[in-house]
Design a protein. Sequence first.
Length: 422
Amino acid sequence: MNPAQGKRKAHAQYGSTRVRPWIAHYTTRIYTQCMSTLLAFTVMLGPATPVLAKEPIFTLPAKSSTPPSTSSPAQASEKKQTKKSAVAQKKKGGAKKKKARKSGRKIAKAARVHRPVMHARAKGVEKSSGMRKVMFTPARARPLSQGRAFGLHKTPDALALNSAVAYVIDQETNELLVDKNSRAVLPIASISKLMTAMVVLDAQQSLTDMLKVTNGDRDFQKGTHSRLSIGSRLSRQDMLHIALMSSENRAASSLANYYPGGKAAFVAAMNAKAMALGMHDTHFVDPTGLTSRNVSSARDLAKMVNMAYQYPLIREFSTDTSHNVFTGQKTLHYKNSNALIKRTTAFPIGLQKTGFINEAGECLVMQATVAGRPLIMVLLDSSGKYSRFADALRIRSWVTKQTTYAATGNNRASTSTLVSQN
């Protein structure tokens, strides 16, 4: 008998059992031979009673020759009901496990909620007793800005502004309305691009000339990202447009590279223009503002905003809501970085520029009309991305009330100047 026939014979003899048929077959043969050998040795040793196992190592179920018994209808109904109950219990247990997993996901999601300074970042998930435990480590906190490091945020003011520095004047009369740490010299980030735009326009170069973004326009200081890839070609007008509207750093750098004499001559022209405007607390090192060595005070920036307002192209580009540019490879859609430009309820804005680096915090300068009065607003080192815009709206509300009080002869108009110095 070959092994295949042995397997089929064992399967036919013992039926479907937990032990495979061929294992049962060969195990039975080995057991029979062992018992025969043990009996032979017992006969050879003497008439002592042989010691045999009372029971075999395992028993194989015998093939039943009797037909299966039929149960009564009542027993069948009871068995069916028991089966239904078991299935329902299993479904209930699955629903509980599903609910526990959903609860665990909510816990994990709550742990990943962003905080302004420090938030939890999920690193992994561990399952335990139906719940998910989120293992997380706190994210690295943002470095302190220079204004916060010097405690300028602690300066109290009547409007409870989030900006460390605030300076608001009437553009026509130079009347001082809000003054909070206006003489502090701090990094100004991309506010520098207003001076960049004025130097470009003063050079009277053709705005239709095509400029190419080179490897030298990359940010090697902070490693910031830019949508303009190396090799992109744009007109000087488009470069100026997205530099003012969307604060595109590579566009500002490219404008400086194509200036007569290169970037060094361009930065020298920026500082010369600042001195001509009487900005004695101001110094520029690069045209983008990515370096913290571009510094100024709020009072100096008010002079720069007033001068930049005299350039129609700067007014148009800085307040545009969006603009499309073709880089020679693809079309890019840019939007304004100022959230107030998109708001229909916001006040009329004639010129604006935003800025941010870690050392400078969130910055904003604007020329806007409030209650019929043209104002220049300077807000530096705000504590949050949108708090600078909230400060601008708070100042607008306050100026509107003061103007209304003055028009009606209300004595509250005597408190129309807010001065807060650290």
